[in-house]
Design a protein around this ligand. Sequence first.
Ligand SMILES: Nc1ncnc2c1ncn2[C@@H]1O[C@H](COP(=O)(O)OP(=O)(O)O)[C@@H](O)[C@H]1O
Ligand SMILES: [Mg+2]
Length: 258
Amino acid sequence: MTTAVAAPPALAARGLTCHFGGLTAVDSVDFELRQGEVLGLIGPNGAGKTTLMNLISGLTSPTSGDVLLGERRLTGLPPHTVTRLGVARTFQVMRPFQGLTVRENVAIGARFGSAGGPGNMRAALAKADDVLDWIGMAPLGRAEISRLTTGERKKLELARALAMDPTVLLLDEVMAGCNPREIGDVMELIRRVNARGVTILLIEHLMKAVMGLCHRVLVLHHGKRIALGTPTEVAEDPAVVEAYLGQRYAESRRKSNA
Ligand SMILES: Nc1ncnc2c1ncn2[C@@H]1O[C@H](COP(=O)(O)OP(=O)(O)O)[C@@H](O)[C@H]1O
Ligand SMILES: [Mg+2]
């Protein structure tokens, strides 16, 4: 990844901090998302992962610190502006528009996309059909949301974000609740999106997916960055084993590497 190292970062957080009353959910976090990389974001429940994503996407305002997209400060901008600038996200708790079809949901994503998206609904629907075709969901285009399985809903979330033509994609537990075949599908999809040049920040609990997809991994614990490195470095870091991975995971890794 030497080219990725030389290029300026796609996105950076500087001293990013978020208080909720007396709780510090994100505590002076610094990191850079390199152009074209997949950066994993892991840590125990309540570590501040989703809050960090909310701070980047403009859903939550930081108490202090900054988010930069290239040279541009995103701090304080509303979510729709952040999306227009090329940062799209999925939600841990899915929020599809009930009563609409799959393609209509994706079309709404397209209209909120970078560069303003297609001007009219017909163009947005055409864009939605392209994205659904690209991710292999075209047969479900006219299905009602209520008919979808969890795995299909997760792919719909991804499709909606992709319809925004992001340069940076934030994925919050897109594999949670998926069966093993769906997990394989979503991993393959993330690889294909990344191969198109999209930079990705990926919150994920499933270590197999983290190890298989990520170039580097950022670890949060009680809102603080406790590690940042390659998947192997992070998996072998005693502080990460202690806070999150646990002794059993470390031992099973040692055995499978032996
Ligand atoms: N809107 C909010 N108001 C108050 N506390 C919150 C809010 N959002 C998250 N928190 C708290 O911030 C901490 C971090 O939460 P979160 O970012 O969701 O963690 P993670 O995604 O790593 O599980 C938790 O203690 C959570 O209860
Ligand atoms: Mg979360």
